[in-house]
Design a protein around this ligand. Structure first.
Ligand SMILES: *Cc1c(COP(=O)(O)O)cnc(C)c1O
Length: 370
């Protein structure tokens, strides 16, 4: 496990300003006993402001609460926004860790470049998280599978209706104690493959973690729900034939011969930290992952013939999630026997064992916060 020389020193970049009222312990305990996803938030939030010509300033930790925004605030009109998602995990000894946060910091800056937002120094990304988790450490749950979900984001906060990149940008980090993403836990989910809508196209923003990609995914997501599916899988916009990813998760296909494939990063897919960790965990077990084009037709044929044994999705929020049904216009197929597959289950266990400190961390993925 790697630990920065001093997480407390990084956190000093975001000092607490003013008096922040903490919610009573009984209220906090009640929240931690009925965890959902993204509903409850902690006492603090981290903030920094970027002003054109001045750079980042006013880094601080303040009370979690409503923002006051002009109705002309640029992000409300043009959607210039980026975000990240990572988790803080409590280990059995009470210490609190996060997973590969420098990857999120780097991706945040790649997203920033695509959305014409200012990049944030990596020390500020890490410092804001360290400060927030340290201040709100009592909000990190300890029940199995739970964590404190961290949501850093930056948006055009300038009040201006002209169309250009904003001259004032606000960076915030909020934190939400969460249980499992899917209500039914580690059970196969159903996926609807959308052939009518796409989330990203060549030259677009598919590789950036930005609000607009999610906005574009909501109508197809509703369509998926109407078909009894939890999530939607998108095909490439250019040919409408090749698998890309889910609205917020990457996808993997496991062959009955043990081969594993995942869609190659073509610029329209978000490069998940979980995706790259899964590729490494499989490589550690002597299974190479082929990053390639996966035509939908070929996948359906493989499921029918039994050449495809397992399909799973992965991302920080949902970790590793088995897919037990793949449906779309003209097809509706079951994958597996209703239980998670062997490879999917092993990956879920290996990854969470590292994140919760139950196993060695041979790649130095953990970063201590408290
Ligand atoms: C965040 C996200 C993922 C998963 O990324 P992780 O770093 O593994 O959490 C996958 N696809 C999309 C579209 C995303 O926004």
């Amino acid at each position: 496990m790697t630990s920065p020389a001093d997480p407390a020193r990084l956190a000093e970049r975001f000092p607490v300003r003013g008096e922040v009222a903490r919610r009573p312990a009984a209220e906090r305990e009640a929240v931690l006993e009925r965890l959902s996803f993204g509903v409850d938030f902690t006492d603090h939030m981290a903030r920094a402001i970027h002003t054109h010509g001045q750079g980042w300033h006013d880094r601080e930790l303040l009370a979690y609460g409503p923002l006051t925004l002009s109705p002309a605030t640029s992000v409300l009109h043009y959607g210039q926004e980026i975000f990240e998602g990572l988790k803080a995990y409590r280990h059995a000894d009470g210490s609190i860790w996060t997973f590969r946060p420098e990857r999120n910091a780097e991706r945040f800056n790649r997203s920033a470049r695509r959305l014409a937002l200012p990049e944030l120094p990596v020390e500020d990304f890490l410092g804001s998280i360290a400060a927030l988790v340290s201040a709100d450490r009592e909000w990190v749950p300890s029940t199995p599978g739970s964590s404190l979900y961290l949501r850093p984001f930056a948006f055009a906060s300038e009040a201006f209706l002209g169309v250009r990149s904003a001259h004032e940008v606000t960076y915030l980090v909020i934190a939400s104690p969460v249980g499992p993403y899917f209500a039914k836990g580690f059970k196969p989910v159903a996926i609807w493959v959308s052939t009518d809508y796409h989330r990203a196209g060549p030259g677009g923003t598919g590789a950036a973690k930005t609000a607009g990609n999610y906005a574009a995914s909501l109508l197809p997501q509703d369509e998926a729900a109407a078909q009894g599916c939890e999530q939607v899988c998108f095909l490439d916009a250019a040919t409408n034939t090749v698998l890309e990813e889910l609205g917020g998760m990457n996808i993997f296909v496991v062959g009955s011969d043990g081969t594993v494939r995942t869609p190659a990063l073509t610029g329209t897919i978000l490069e998940g930290v979980t995706r790259s960790s899964v590729i490494q965990l499989l490589a550690d077990r002597g299974r190479s992952v082929v990053e390639t084009q996966i035509p939908l037709d070929e996948l359906l044929q493989g499921i029918r013939s039994g050449d495809v044994a397992e399909v799973f999705a992965c991302g920080t929020a949902a970790v590793v999630t088995p897919i037990g049904r793949l449906a779309g216009k003209g097809f509706d197929l079951a994958i597996g026997d209703g239980e998670p597959g062997a490879v999917t289950s092993e990956l879920h266990a290996s990854l969470t064992d590292i994140q919760y400190g139950r196993a060695d961390d041979p790649h130095g993925w953990l970063h201590r916060l408290v």
